[in-house]
Design a protein around this ligand. Structure first.
Ligand SMILES: Cc1ncc(COP(=O)(O)O)c(C=O)c1O
Length: 482
């Protein structure tokens, strides 16, 4: 007799062994995901509001109402079969139009747009593609020994940054991520700031024994929230591209549509900068549906790149001896099921797409206002230059509370790292226990000096859950004063 699996069956609440297993997951955000699943399976989801993971719950009600309900059922047979990774023309052509319209560039050639299984794999593919020596005109050599960005190359990334860049660039491509600190101390804690300068990049470049070959910018920024100022972007592109003809830039614009209604900092896409700086083959842009559309579970990503190396990698170019051996697009495919669900979104007209992203922006503003008001009422500091964008995040400055957090005890200490006595981890644990709110520690995002910054993702929950959670968080912090 076959055993029936009941997906809704409840299991016991996470115990010490469950949490010990979680401790083996090296990344704090992914450990948080596994913890959330454990709570859900134990019927305890309501106990914790997880604002540590970069997700977006704001758009699902709208997408579900307007798009997913209208999908044809049952699933067509085609969507259950192999599809060629190159057979994404409908989607990439539609996306090229959306990129033109909403990234502010006059023309995006659909042949430069490639669909992947998430932005994480898009980044990995670019890094692997740039190890191809043959498109530079060199003779084929063993894998990874040459190309503009060979294995072992340094990658400059302004910090704090999304720690997943390390998975994409270090694990398989074998590059080395070099955080470029952007923290600047002011005359008082309220005046401390995070601001990238060309001098910061120059200093980090000079500290590397091997000259860096890749610069990665996240724009809009995770976790700082801001859009990079256009003048600074020009200065950075000029600097990086002049450093070496082999230097490449990746602009991760996965949060492009996460813009508050009224911001003083205008978003400028690298899609325009690539042409302006005469480097269409050295500037690569990535975007996906995970953040702006809240479809993080789908794993959908796009590369826009004029680089022959990237194009060969994604089209399995048989004329390229290097690419004959590497079916990258096959293993990171925008698969048939994804195509089925994403197709109606990409097929939206420009006006309908705009309507959706504008509504998102309104919802974003409402949630942002609610959180910033509550934080303000309780005097909790966060980084935000006046009027700037906030993407989906608050970068909380909780340094003043580090000393007051009580010792962390119990199985949940594993969630924040392997040293429960470390003050930043101790405070995160206190907030979890006292307020039922989970934040991401700054050290996970390479904010090492000073410690005491935390990322709060204000789109991870809808307003009716978010607002009381932030109120609890503030009260828990203020309790440490007394
Ligand atoms: C800057 C940035 N890029 C990429 C990703 C991951 O994208 P995906 O889920 O499509 O792999 C994240 C996720 O947090 C991110 O913050």
């Amino acid at each position: 007799m076959t055993r029936q699996l009941d997906p809704t069956a409840q299991v016991a609440a996470p115990d010490r062994d469950d949490l010990r297993r979680l401790a083996r997951i090296p990344d704090e955000e992914q450990r948080g995901l596994a913890y959330r699943d454990l709570l859900r399976r134990g019927g305890r989801s309501e106990e914790i509001t997880d604002l540590s993971i970069a997700e977006n719950a704001l758009l699902y009600p709208l997408l579900s109402e307007q798009l997913f309900k209208a999908l044809p059922h049952p699933l067509p047979e085609r969507s259950t079969r192999y599809v060629s990774p190159q057979d994404t023309e409908r989607i990439t052509t539609a996306m090229a139009r959306h990129f033109e319209e909403s990234f502010g560039v006059p023309h995006v050639d659909p042949k430069t747009v490639f669909a992947t299984a998430g932005v994480s794999s898009a980044l990995e593919i670019i890094a692997l593609a740039l190890q191809n020596p043959t498109v530079d005109g060199a003779v084929p050599v063993p894998r990874g020994d040459a190309g503009p960005v060979p294995r072992g190359s340094n990658v400059l990334i302004p910090a704090p940054y999304w720690q997943g860049f390390n998975w994409s660039f270090e694990e398989v491509p074998g590059l080395k991520c070099v955080p470029v600190p952007t923290y600047k101390q002011g005359n008082a804690a309220e005046q401390d700031t995070f601001e990238l300068t060309v001098d910061d990049l120059e200093a980090a470049y000079a500290r590397c024994a091997q000259p860096p070959r890749l610069l990665v910018l996240t724009n809009p920024h995770n976790p700082l929230g801001v859009n990079y100022p256009p003048g600074l972007l020009d200065a950075i592109y000029e600097w990086a591209l002049a450093k070496s003809p082999k230097m490449h830039i990746i602009s991760d614009e996965i949060y492009r549509h996460s813009q508050l209604r009224h911001t003083s900092d205008r978003f400028v896409s690298a899609l325009g900068l690539a042409g302006k700086h005469g480097a269409v083959d050295r500037v690569h842009v990535v975007w996906g549906f995970a953040k702006d559309f809240g479809l993080s579970g789908f794993r959908t990503g796009f590369i826009v790149s004029g680089s022959p190396a990237v194009q060969h990698a994604m089209t399995e170019n048989a004329a390229d001896p290097w690419e004959r051996r590497r079916p990258l697009s096959w293993f990171s495919q925008f698969d048939s099921l994804k195509q089925f669900y994403i197709d109606p979104i990409t097929a939206l007209s420009g006006a309908a797409w705009d309507e959706l992203t504008t509504e998102y922006s309104h919802r974003l503003q409402r949630s942002f206002d609610a959180v910033s008001t509550t934080l303000g009422e309780h005097g909790i500091r966060f980084f935000r230059p006046p009027g700037t964008n906030s993407t989906q995040f608050f970068w909380l400055d909780l340094r003043e509370f580090l000393a007051g957090a009580p010792p962390a005890e119990g199985p949940e200490t594993v969630l924040f790292g392997d040293d429960p006595d470390e003050p930043e981890q101790r405070l995160a644990h206190y907030i979890l226990k006292e307020a039922g709110v989970k934040l991401l520690t700054g050290a996970t995002m390479y904010q090492m000096d000073p410690r005491g910054f935390y990322r709060l993702c204000f789109t991870a929950a809808r307003l009716d859950t978010l607002q009381p959670a932030v109120e609890r968080l503030c009260r828990a912090l203020r309790k440490l004063d007394s």
